[in-house]
Design a protein around this ligand. Structure first.
Ligand code: BTN
Length: 241
């Protein structure tokens, strides 16, 4: 049983569900408020990138009011909540590429952007977790620059299924993110990088490493020439850049 109700607000189109939910959060909306759209005109990705958000996707943001110790793990919990829901609703198993991308058949089908807001250091006011899931290929396909990278889970959803899927992701995340024992094993089991040679990207430079595991704080354990390191944030690649 959930500790919290989901209050879901549906839009056909928005500039960005994260931006809209941050506005509601600043106005005092409670944990469990969710904003869903079928199209975004100014979707935002990690590291200041844009997130192309055509019809055919599920774009949602969920408001959490976490303790500071929860914040670093929220994105990993969200990846599991999305993967678990995709399996339960559509019978499809996605992999998780550290830290926040869902992959299917070698292509990215879901990205996650968590934005936390602090009024004083160490004490978060809220976190907005934005999830963009490619349900079906957009008409005419993804833009040229994304064709080799972006995929979809290949399901066409009506409005009710879209909302039910968003609600299920939101409930799963609200119910699990405070307790790593409820998602960390599945996070590891779905990892597409543990046991693989990877590149750690830092300041545009790619350093060779081997991913050997994920610690209880959802950090990626890697072996490099310099020894063992635990990555808490950042970016990795399977291919050199
Ligand atoms: C990434 O892969 O870089 C993260 C992408 C996150 C996209 C989602 S879609 C819903 C929410 N609203 C946004 O503007 N971004 C997030």
């Amino acid at each position: 049983m959930s500790k919290c109700d989901i209050n879901l607000i549906y839009y056909r189109s928005l500039p960005s569900t994260n931006t809209e939910l941050r506005r509601l959060a600043a106005a005092g909306a409670p944990e469990g408020t969710a904003v869903v759209a079928t199209v975004q005109t100014a979707g935002r990705g990690r590291m200041g990138r844009k997130f192309v958000s055509p019809a055919g996707g599920l774009y949602m943001s969920l408001l959490l009011r976490p303790e500071s110790t929860d914040v670093l793990r929220i994105t990993s919990a969200a990846a599991v909540a999305a993967a678990r829901t995709v399996k339960a609703e559509f019978g499809i198993d996605c992999g998780i590429k550290w830290v926040n991308d869902l992959y299917l058949d070698g292509k990215k089908v879901c990205g996650i952007l968590t934005e936390a807001s602090y009024s004083s250091p160490g004490s978060p006011d809220y976190a907005v977790v934005g999830i963009g899931l490619n349900l079906s290929y957009p008409e005419g396909g993804f833009p040229e620059e994304l064709r080799d990278i972006a995929g979809s889970i290949g399901v066409k959803c009506d409005r009710d299924t879209l909302i039910e899927t968003a609600e299920r992701i939101a409930l799963t995340l609200v119910d699990t993110y405070r307790d790593p024992s409820l998602f960390i094993d599945e996070y590891r089991a779905r990892s597409t990088v543990i046991g693989k040679d990877i590149y750690v990207i830092s300041d545009g430079i790619a350093v060779k490493a081997r991913a050997t595991g994920v610690d209880d704080g959802c950090g990626l354990i890697v072996e490099t020439e310099k020894g063992t390191e635990i990555l808490r944030s950042g970016e990795i690649s399977i291919r050199p850049r």
